[in-house]
Design a protein around this ligand. Sequence first.
Ligand SMILES: Nc1ncnc2c1ncn2[C@@H]1O[C@H](COP(=O)(O)OP(=O)(O)OP(=O)(O)O)[C@@H](O)[C@H]1O
Ligand SMILES: [Mg+2]
Length: 403
Amino acid sequence: MTNPIPHRNPYTPGAGHQPPYLAGRAEETNIFRELLSQETILKNLVLTGLRGVGKTVLLDTLKPLAIAEGWVWVGTDMSEQSSLTDERMATRLITDLATWTSSVVVSHSEATPILAQMTRRVDTPLDYRHLMDIYANAPGLPSDKLKAVFDLAWRVAGASQRRGVIFAYDEAQTMSDGNDKDQFPLSMLLDVFQSIQKQGVRFMLVLTGLPTLFPKLVAARTYAERMFRVVVLDHLDDAETKEAILKPIENTPSALPFTDPAIREIYTLSGGYPYFIQFVCRELYDIVLRSMDANAVAPFRNSFEAITQKLDRDFFDGRWAKTTDRQRDLLGVIASIEHCETEFTIQQVEEASKKRLAKGFSSSHVSQMLQALGEAGLVYKNRRGKYSFAVPMLHEFIRRQGI
Ligand SMILES: Nc1ncnc2c1ncn2[C@@H]1O[C@H](COP(=O)(O)OP(=O)(O)OP(=O)(O)O)[C@@H](O)[C@H]1O
Ligand SMILES: [Mg+2]
């Protein structure tokens, strides 16, 4: 008998891998469409959320939407290296701008080689070198020079032909000011966009990153509060999770074991977080294939424990291994607080520690340790001054450690 289940496993647990079906995200996409309709750019976009929530893949799906509306899309992953100094940030932006402008030819007069008093018309592409020449020759600080380049590029290449240009940067939380003394690349980025947008240049920023991104922008320039529409990507709800699970395999026999109780279990284990959904489904799908001839439902039921262990090994253990015993005690205390998966305060942690541990933590100690855990990428301080886990479902993992 031929195998009725296709052997290609459709699920894609990964970083930035387009899922077989992008579930939910309609509201977020609509907000982006609204931003595209701005005549003068008053708002840019920040797309933020925890690791693995789907920021990169959503950003990738926004690109064709923008292009269909007549926008140009440039940009890449931001990195600490490319945003270390003002000059590097300027080079990054000009490099990206040039991917578009280099197809535009500009004509200018130039002295002839033989008779300097005679000029001739020369056509040159507005490519990287050309833009960097303009940058180098413009007066002022790097921000002034960059504005001059943007302004010229828009006048020459943009205004007549295009709706606007989107500068999209993923992993934008890596940007920061003051790594190098006297260098403020993040502030420069905000200054330049704010200033050219005021002059009617339709260059829009779309920044994607972890939840530390927006507080960083606001710390650099308080007006960033007003400059950005912040879209927080959260886990999928149960209906969306069901779609993420079933759509890739609908109308195939492999959908059969994904019964409602199984789907509920996937939802509980994954918390509706897209990376975890893909991870669990990929494992389950393999199990379905392996148990093809048997009644597939039975082995399916017993698989969740093994999958949880694999998830812990692949996703959480590396992060956990970097914590000290005392930090683990603290994380255990936090995981015992009700609704800690949303947010928690220093006071709550202090109180819970007194209940749970023989020797509790003082509030200043909690505050210090949360700072260290923040640097390790496990927690972050939100805009309300409260704390949250920076890794999805970390509270469940900690509870599984029996701390
Ligand atoms: N809406 C969605 N529906 C189904 N699967 C999704 C969805 N969004 C993301 N995924 C899947 O989740 C995984 C993580 O997505 P992605 O890499 O975009 O997350 P991220 O937020 O950019 O993570 P990081 O913070 O690590 O960069 C990918 O494997 C992707 O296929
Ligand atoms: Mg990403």
